[in-house]
Write a protein that binds this ligand. Structure first.
Ligand code: ATP
Length: 330
């Protein structure tokens, strides 16, 4: 069986991007592969050093993962900081990562711009920690959204560098999405992607109330429609169609494609169908996640079971790593 690894940072509420980029794949992959899915709490410290809300957020991400269909009896669902071996491998990989390549990483440059007062070394070495998370389980498939493409390329480089310098231990990890291309769920304001910690009115969360979903979709950037038949769509309109494709039927999508092409489209109508279908999808997940979140004993059991499984896999890899590096002195 191939090994799968991925994670989500506990930096806030999960949103449609997390679902379509990551979670939707997790739920399908758990029946086919050996899966490790984590709440990436160490990664969240790079940009969210205040830990007051961390516990709440960890519980939230776990609950939302389970509410979306992730089954802790099938996949290991755990907290990154519970697997101490991650930190050891991260240290070794840091010696194989060059500062130049880390400084060129797009997410580093973005986050450094967003948090100019806290450009810490952890932020710079984020891709190294991520590579450690993945190869610690010798995973080859990594279900992620499009924003993670460059990080996966770096994880491959670090794994290959280790293999060449020491011994062939790690398979090459690759970003994965059922279907083919990696997904990017766009933000409703036409700027960038939906995201947990930025742009909250332009991101639809799995915890949003029906009213809030309606409010956000109503506010989504649009215009008065095309004036020339069969014209190209501006990016922000392309985004609305992309969302329609994710939530609504093929028939609905085709109806609005034709209306766009003959210039009769009314974005008010499109949006109403979009929010109706979004609400139908989100509201059961929201309710389920709320009830799971209240069951702290169950969440503890999930975390303990997940950590035990992840640590067993991590310990097996780390014995190979120490052996390959010559760190065995007895
Ligand atoms: P933050 O705003 O704190 O950086 P985020 O929303 O970008 O958070 P992450 O925890 O960094 O989320 O990513 C979790 C997973 O969700 C990753 O696999 C990532 O690729 C995916 N993901 C995040 N946003 C989107 C999006 N808009 N479209 C598709 N996939 C996404």
């Amino acid at each position: 069986k191939k090994i799968v690894m991925s994670g989500i940072r506990p930096t806030g509420f999960l949103h449609l991007g997390n679902y379509f980029g990551a979670l939707r794949n997790y739920v399908r992959m758990q029946d086919e592969f050996e899966c490790y899915f984590m709440v990436a709490d160490l990664h969240s410290l790079t940009t969210h050093p205040d830990t007051k809300e961390l516990k709440e957020n960890v519980h939230r991400v776990l609950s939302e993962n389970i509410a979306c269909g992730l089954d802790p009896d099938k996949a290991a669902l755990f907290c990154q900081s519970h697997v101490y071996e991650t930190s050891e491998l991260y240290l070794y990989l840091n010696m194989l990562a060059y500062t130049g390549e880390l400084e060129r990483t797009v997410t580093f440059k973005d986050k450094a711009r967003q948090h100019p007062d806290n450009i810490n070394a952890g932020l710079l070495t984020y891709p190294v920690l991520q590579a450690a998370d993945i190869i610690l389980h010798r995973a080859s498939l990594v279900p992620v959204g499009k924003d993670q493409e460059q990080h996966l390329e770096m994880a491959r480089n670090f794994a290959n560098r280790f293999n060449h310098r020491y011994d062939e231990i790690f398979p090459e990890p690759h970003a994965f999405n059922y279907g083919s291309d990696l997904v990017k769920v766009p933000s409703l304001d036409g700027k960038g992607k939906m995201s947990k910690s930025e742009n909250q009115m332009a991101t639809v969360y799995l915890s949003d109330s029906d009213d809030l979903i309606i409010k956000k979709v109503k506010k989504a950037l649009s215009d008065s429609g095309p004036t020339e038949p069969n014209s190209a769509k501006p990016d922000y309109i392309e985004n609305l169609f992309l969302l329609l494709k994710l939530f609504s039927s093929e028939e609905t999508l085709q109806k609005y494609e034709s209306a766009y092409n003959d210039c009769s489209i009314k974005y008010g109508h499109l949006k109403e169908e979009l929010w109706t279908d979004m609400i139908r999808f989100i509201s059961p997940i929201r309710e389920k996640a709320e009830s799971i979140r209240e069951d702290k004993a169950y969440l503890k059991e999930v975390m303990e079971k997940g950590a035990a499984k992840a640590r067993a896999s991590a310990q097996a890899t780390m014995s190979l790593v120490r052996e390959a590096m010559g760190l065995n002195y007895y």
